[in-house]
Design a binder for this molecule. Structure first.
Ligand SMILES: NC(=O)c1ccc[n+]([C@@H]2O[C@H](COP(=O)([O-])OP(=O)(O)OC[C@H]3O[C@@H](n4cnc5c(N)ncnc54)[C@H](O)[C@@H]3O)[C@@H](O)[C@H]2O)c1
Length: 357
C-alpha cells in the first residue's frame, strides 16, 4: 500500500428514525440555551415541529434560507442571531439551509447543529458559499463545519420523488469524484464506495409501491449521503463539480438536478484516465461501465436526464464551456476544450454515454 495522509474531522453524528426527539439534549450538550432555527420558506411548517422539540430553547425561527446563500440573507440572519442573543443555530433542511448556518458560524463562531432533509452532504463539510451581486464565492473553513449532525430518516419522506433521486445522485457525484481525487486515500475510497453502494440500492426503491421497501431505501440513502458528504469534506473535487458549479452559478440551474444530469458524462470523459475509480464505481452499482451504470440508475429511479429539461438553452453551451475552462483545476484527464464542449452537448441532449467514450 502507498503512503497516505488521512485527516479526521470531529463531528458528533446521530443517525436513525425519530432522532429529532434528541435535538434538545444535543443543544444542552453544546452548553447552549437559545437556538436560532433556520429553514427555507417552503419548510416553515415542518420547522414548527422542530421548534416544538426545542421548546423554550428555540429563540426564534428564521425562515429565509435560499439557494446559494445570498449575502443579504446571511447578513439578516446574523443580525437576527445577535439581536436574539442566540448561542447556537439549528439548520433544518437541505444544502441551502445548512449553507446559511455555515455563513452564521463563520462570522459569529456560533455552533451549528445540522438536521439534514436532503442528501446534499453539506452538513459533513467545511465548504461554504456566499453569493454577492450574482457571483458565488466558495471557500473551506473548519469553523463552517456543523458541530453536530442529526440524521432522522423520517424527515426525508416528504422530499418529492424527483428531487430525492436527484439529491441522491448529487451525493453519488461527491463519492465518484473522490475516487479519482489527487489526495484520495484508502479510507476515503472505502467510504466512497460504500456510499455509492448504499445509494445505488436505495434510489430505485423510492418510487416503488412497497412502503416497507421505500422506508428501507430512505434509510440507506441517508446513510449513503452521510458517507458521500464525508468524502466531499475530505478530498478535492474535479471536472464534474467545476462544471456543475459553473452551470448552477452562471445559468441558475437547480443544484441537485444539474449534478445528476452531468455526472454520467463527466465520468465518461474521465473513464480512460481513471480506470481504478471507474471499476470501484461500477462494482458498487452492480458491474459494467461506470458512466452507463450511473446514467441507468438515474433514469430508472426517475431523475431528469437532460440539461435542456432544467432550463439551459443550447446557445449557453459555448459560454458554459468557456467559463468551465477559464481557471485550471486538477482532473485525471487533461482539460480539452473540444471534448468538454461535447460532454456538455451530451448532457444537454441527455444521451446515454457510449462505452468507448
Ligand atoms: N457546502 C457544501 O458542502 C455543499 C454540498 C452540497 C450542496 N451544497 C449547496 O446546497 C444547495 C443545494 O442544496 P440541496 O440540493 O439540498 O437543495 P435545497 O436545500 O436548496 O432544497 C431544495 C428544495 O427542497 C426543499 N426541501 C428540502 N428538504 C425537503 C424535505 N425533506 N421535504 C420537502 N421539501 C424539502 C427545500 O425547502 C427547497 O425548496 C446549493 O446551494 C449547493 O451549492 C453545498
Amino acid at each position: 500500500m502507498k503512503d497516505f495522509i488521512y485527516t479526521g474531522h470531529a463531528q458528533r453524528v446521530l443517525f436513525g428514525s425519530g432522532t429529532l426527539a434528541r435535538l434538545g439534549d444535543e443543544v444542552d450538550a453544546l452548553g447552549a440555551k437559545r437556538a436560532l432555527l433556520l429553514c427555507t420558506p417552503g419548510q416553515r411548517e415542518e420547522a414548527q415541529r422542530v421548534a416544538d422539540v426545542l421548546g423554550p430553547r428555540c429563540a426564534s425561527v428564521f425562515a429565509g434560507a435560499m439557494m446559494h446563500v445570498p449575502i443579504e440573507v446571511a447578513r439578516e440572519a446574523r443580525i437576527a442571531a445577535a439581536r436574539l442573543g442566540a448561542d447556537c443555530a439549528v439548520a433544518f433542511g437541505g444544502g441551502s439551509t445548512i449553507g446559511l448556518g455555515k455563513a452564521i458560524a463563520l462570522e459569529s463562531g456560533l455552533p451549528v447543529i445540522a438536521v439534514p432533509t436532503t442528501y446534499s452532504g453539506s452538513e459533513m463539510t467545511g465548504i461554504y458559499g456566499l453569493t454577492e451581486a450574482g457571483v458565488k464565492r466558495t471557500g473551506i473553513d473548519p469553523r463552517a463545519r456543523p458541530r453536530t449532525v442529526i440524521y432522522d430518516v423520517e424527515l426525508t419522506h416528504s422530499l418529492p420523488l424527483e428531487m430525492s433521486v436527484a439529491s441522491g445522485m448529487n451525493a453519488i457525484a461527491h463519492a465518484a469524484e473522490s475516487l479519482y481525487a489527487r489526495d484520495v486515500n484508502p479510507i476515503v475510497a472505502l467510504m466512497a464506495e460504500e456510499g455509492i453502494r448504499a445509494l445505488g440500492r436505495a434510489l430505485p426503491l423510492f418510487g416503488g409501491s412497497d412502503p416497507a421497501q421505500a422506508l428501507a431505501g430512505r434509510s440507506d440513502a441517508l446513510y449513503g449521503a452521510w458517507l458521500c458528504g464525508t468524502v466531499l469534506g475530505s478530498v478535492g473535487m474535479s471536472l464534474h463539480h467545476k462544471l456543475c458549479h459553473t452551470l448552477g452559478g452562471s445559468f441558475n440551474l437547480p443544484h441537485a438536478q444539474t449534478h445528476s444530469i452531468v455526472l454520467p458524462h463527466a465520468l465518461a470523459y474521465n473513464a480512460e484516465a481513471a480506470p481504478e475509480a471507474m471499476s470501484r464505481i461500477a462494482a458498487a452499482l452492480g458491474g459494467g461501465n461506470a458512466a452507463q451504470c450511473v446514467y441507468d440508475l438515474a433514469g430508472s429511479a426517475g431523475a431528469l436526464l437532460a440539461l435542456k429539461d432544467v432550463g439551459l438553452r443550447e446557445s449557453d453551451l459555448d459560454r458554459a464551456c468557456e467559463l468551465a475552462l477559464r481557471t485550471p483545476y486538477p482532473n485525471p484527464r487533461r482539460l480539452e476544450a473540444h471534448a468538454i464542449r461535447q460532454l456538455l452537448q451530451d448532457a444537454y441532449d441527455g444521451v446515454r454515454p457510449s462505452v468507448h467514450a
